[in-house]
Design a protein around this ligand. Structure first.
Ligand code: FES
Length: 99
């Protein structure tokens, strides 16, 4: 029997998202940027920082873009039924007052 994504946890990891989308790639030097970001992050503990490449960050006009986020809720072993819990988490974040 498949498990679903009912388990979630808070994470304090820092995520670095480097856009590799068409617009960002056309505006910059994507390979050089990716290598440079990898190099500067390699001294950080792998369990503290995660580098990911994404297809678009919806900031195309300002690219090439790198987005850094810390923490959040991770849902594991997702298969679809947990979408409601994901939506609820998004709603809570959007409605949270600014610090
Ligand atoms: S292509 Fe990079 S933000 Fe859209």
């Amino acid at each position: 029997m498949e498990s679903t994504g009912e388990k979630s946890e808070r994470t304090e990891r820092v995520y670095v998202f480097v856009c590799k989308g068409d617009s960002c790639s056309k505006r910059g030097t994507p390979d050089r940027l990716r290598v440079a970001i990898k190099q500067v992050l390699r001294d950080f503990p792998a369990q503290s920082v995660k580098l990911s490449f994404v297809s678009c960050l919806s900031m195309c006009g300002e690219g090439p873009n790198v987005l850094i986020c810390k923490g959040g809720t991770a849902f594991h072993r997702c298969s679809g039924p947990e979408a409601g819990a994901v939506a609820e988490e998004v709603r809570e974040i959007l409605e949270r007052p600014d610090p």
